[in-house]
Design a binder for this molecule. Structure first.
Ligand code: FES
Ligand code: FES
Length: 158
């Protein structure tokens, strides 16, 4: 067993788990943050994507003990003061989800993309989100949503 101390969505959290426990299972089972989904469990689908120290990472490919001391953002951390994040609003407005299974991973992947490239072209969005598999939407709504969020998040002139 090992102690794990990390920051999740701005709050200090800790737990004690088997050293072989995956970060995604630690988040879901030990911290109760079930918004991060488990799909393939071997790095293919992207459903488990979270931000680790600001960068998108697959939480099924990391051990919880490897995340010790890290700053993690999960989908639960996107809302502010009871309001959806502009990226979540854009997904809602542009029908960027259907079943929602891929959505947490898609949101955090898109957030990382917009951090690196605040004004991506359609092709760049498609490339950027290609690490996450969606079986429902055909991606059109997702691409529109990410581009709309880029506009919403852009600094306003003046
Ligand atoms: S569950 Fe992690 S990539 Fe599929
Ligand atoms: S919305 Fe169903 S898998 Fe993407």
């Amino acid at each position: 067993m090992a102690d794990v101390r990390l920051t999740v969505n701005g709050a200090a959290r800790e737990g004690r788990c088997e050293s072989r426990k995956l970060l995604v299972d630690f988040l879901r089972e030990d911290l109760g943050l079930t918004g991060t989904h488990v799909g393939c469990e071997h790095g293919i689908c992207g459903a488990c994507t979270v931000l680790v120290d600001g960068e998108a990472a697959r939480s099924c490919l990391m051990l919880a003990v490897q995340a010790d001391g890290a700053d993690i953002t999960t989908v639960e951390g996107l809302m502010r003061d009871g309001r959806l994040h502009p990226l979540q609003e854009a997904f809602r407005e542009h029908h960027g989800l259907q079943c929602g299974f891929c959505t947490p991973g898609m949101l955090l992947t898109a957030l990382d993309l917009l951090r690196v490239n605040p004004a991506p072209s359609e092709d760049e969005v498609r490339e950027g989100i290609s690490a996450v598999l969606c079986r429902c939407t055909g991606y059109h709504g997702i691409v529109k949503a990410v581009r709309a969020a880029a506009v919403a998040l852009a600094p306003k002139p003046g």
